[in-house]
Design a protein. Structure first.
Length: 153
């Protein structure tokens, strides 16, 4: 039995972490999960590989997304943060990799192909920002006794 080749015209992972096939949003949860899990980098481009089939992917912003966060605490002190990524995996946040500009928070995560930027999706973004202290020039957060400053750009 021979699998039929994919017949779609265009596969896109947009800036909000939404998969689109030929312009239509993919809403089936298992399909979305399979697309995230099947994402691979080849040189400077990306493909989704599922089984023996692969298809080029247009990445509008980042290839990875933070879907949720869980703070690790010891009493009132934040000692770490666990990231739930869109592909279903979990990783510890490396605070030194955080980058911020209004409406965009990202960090570096480890992937099968090396490291990549992971943009915080809206829910995770707002949950993280709730923990920041604000002043006119920057935001700060203390994690494991280290103060981290995210400047406003």
């Amino acid at each position: 039995m021979v699998d039929a080749p994919w017949t779609l015209e265009k596969l896109v992972l947009d800036a909000e972490g939404v998969w689109r096939i030929d312009g239509e949003e993919v809403t089936h949860a298992r399909t979305v999960n399979a697309l995230h899990r099947g994402l691979i980098r080849i040189g400077s481009s990306y493909q989704v590989k599922i089984g023996t089939h692969s298809r080029p992917v247009e990445i509008e912003d980042t290839p990875c997304f933070v879907a949720g966060i869980t703070w690790e605490t010891q009493g009132p002190v934040k000692v770490g943060c666990r990231l739930s990524l869109a592909d279903g995996s979990m990783q510890a946040l490396r605070p030194e990799t955080l980058t911020y500009r209004p409406t965009r928070l990202a960090c570096r995560v480890k992937t099968a192909w090396g490291e990549a930027d992971a943009k915080f999706l809206r829910g995770a973004y707002h949950e993280f920002l709730r923990e920041l202290q604000e002043d006119p020039q920057s935001y700060t957060i203390e994690i494991d006794g280290k103060k981290l400053t995210l400047s406003r750009k």
